[in-house]
Design a protein around this ligand. Sequence first.
Ligand code: NAI
Length: 716
Amino acid sequence: MSALSLTVENGIAIITFDFPGESVNKFSQAVKEEFLALFGTLEHDQTIVGAVLMSGKKDSFIAGADIEEFLTWTTAAQAEKASRDGHAMLDALERLRVPVVAAIHGACMGGGLEAALACAYRIATEHPKTVLALPEVQLGIFPGAGGTQRLPQTVGLQAALDMILTGKNVRARKAAQIGLVHELVHPAVLRRVAIQRARELADGTRERNPQARKHDAKALLLDDNPVGRAIVFRQAREQTLKKTRGNYPAPLAAIEAVAAGYQDRERGYREEARLFGEMAMTAISRELIGIFFASTALKKDSGVGDAPVSTMPVRKLGVLGAGFMGAGIATIAVQQGTMVRLKDADVGRVGKGLAAIREVLRESVSKRRITRQQMDDQLLLAGGTVDYSGFGNVDLVIEAVFEDLHVKHQVVREVEAVIPPHAIVASNTSTIPIARIAAASQRPERVLGMHFFSPVHKMPLLEIIVTPQTAREVTATAVAYGKQLGKTVIVVQDAPGFYVNRILSPYLNEAGRLVDGGAAIDAVDTAILDFGFPVGPLTLLDEVGLDIAGKSGPIFVEAFGERLMPSTTLRKVVESGRLGRKGRKGFYLYDEDGKKGGVDDSIYAFTPGGAQRVAVEAEEVQQRCVLSMVNEAVRCLEEGIVRSARDGDIGAVFGIGFPPFRGGPFRYIDAVGAARVVERLEELNSRFSGRFAPADLLVRMARKGERFHPSGARPL
Ligand code: NAI
């Protein structure tokens, strides 16, 4: 089956890219060959004077390269060759006798954007779905089909580095501003305008690939002179190193490739291909691609196995508790078009919840993600109540009331009296086992946990917790709705802390114990940042709220004993009444706007050793915190809390920020080797009273030399 079709209208060839059997277009080897054959036709058919490249997919132009093919490369030379093939193909596109217009609607990513850059003219639709990006760094590589060469020439050095080094999405209007596209149109006229422009380019009334960049004297001055460029490159390297703490080599390699191209295109291509080959072989890239495949697989996962299951549409959602989490959940629900009824105990709190929704939507308007009209439409979907009016026709209720079993029981009983029989009741509790909440329910088979993370509109993970009683279609419906809300969903079994908070607990405890033992608060956080987590564990405790952290401690001790006993420091800090950032006082001090200041040295009065601090090696901090987390993750797999190592990796990366380039706890163990991890745990265990005893499953795997993920093969 072919991916490309060609029709000719009065001398203009319309090339429609429609990858068979997929929802998006990808550049696979076969597609590249089709393109080359098609270029032959365009070159030789003299009746054709111009061409338009467009997508046959709904709201998506080209998603980029076929990443599965990356897994077939076993040497840098193979990846380098793929890059050189990309150069040859896009050079052929650029040099075609007939001008090609890229008609972009929807996502134009990676190789898709590189192809568009080789076209003679680019038109994009002014539509929220139209975004352009070079996201390769997120996979540990960088644009390898000429992107590091063509983009700087098109949009200037600084704008190009900004896109290449962050992988961020550029919306249509911004793309026009920076000169990435030449023209914006309404989707309804895209095809017509593109054909018209192809004709103008063909008859010479319009220049090929005109510079669309707005004249910015300062930027041009920097770009055009070698000294200015050297400054930009130096700053880019410094900023990248500061941000990545040296953990990600691909952005640095991309800077080198861009710099080489300023000397001459041929040299730029050579460097781009060589460095691309090198980056494609790094362990970092392999782990990041592993995560990409895992999250792609989760998008297709029903959450209940392969047997067919029917799901119920969620047209109306009831949310109990209009506090921090309730309002957050209501926000993402209206954003994707669900009607929401938000209930709290009094009018003031309901009003606050609705105001919180408005605040997030306003921010979306100011960032031009949605229009003011869309904001108004979304706001109309949310209604508030202090009784259960409007709950008679909800399909799903998510409760986010106080973390107190009595209150949870009360609201479950009350809401079940008014909702229809098919409706599902979900709890957003972070610590209370769902079965305990379901004990108050008349129909526990329709009860489960939907554990969102804060802030709800930003955190990508949703943990769905099922009890032995939860019905299959109830789980599948919650999973489907979670995906509709844009979340990556893992399904876990019911147990204290579920998965994410369970593995977080020993890690945070260990950070506290390091402080107990004399380590400085900022030294612990810095060591963990260097390991690759986005925030240090003590800063994280301040962020979560010390009151909340303090409440979960006893629950874990009750369930798992001494092993998960909180540190002395944390217990005393909690007892002192400090709240963390929200109370402007925790392990660190915060100003009135919540901005973090330095360590609060008075905390050391709570530690067994007093104010005297001792130097602790970063590696000791990293090993103790990280190994306690990964060991707990293995226990969760062993106990069946998570279904697979894949889910366990995704939960840790998306829910906690486990360093993505390390792939998650299970991939980390695979990389280090189970035997080596067991050895380190045993060594720590001999020093620290049994809390590092390696999980049985880990010991068994070490003995047999097994891995959690098959090596080399598709990383699932
Ligand atoms: P919050 O204190 O901001 O909000 C709770 C809201 O519930 C308050 O507005 C309160 O008035 C309302 N409420 C209490 N009793 C009620 C009743 N009978 N009927 C209706 N509303 C009632 O608390 P937050 O942080 O939003 O937490 C809510 C739930 O979400 C808890 O179970 C918590 O464990 C869980 N959670 C919290 C996270 C966080 O980071 N804050 C993260 C994940 C889960």
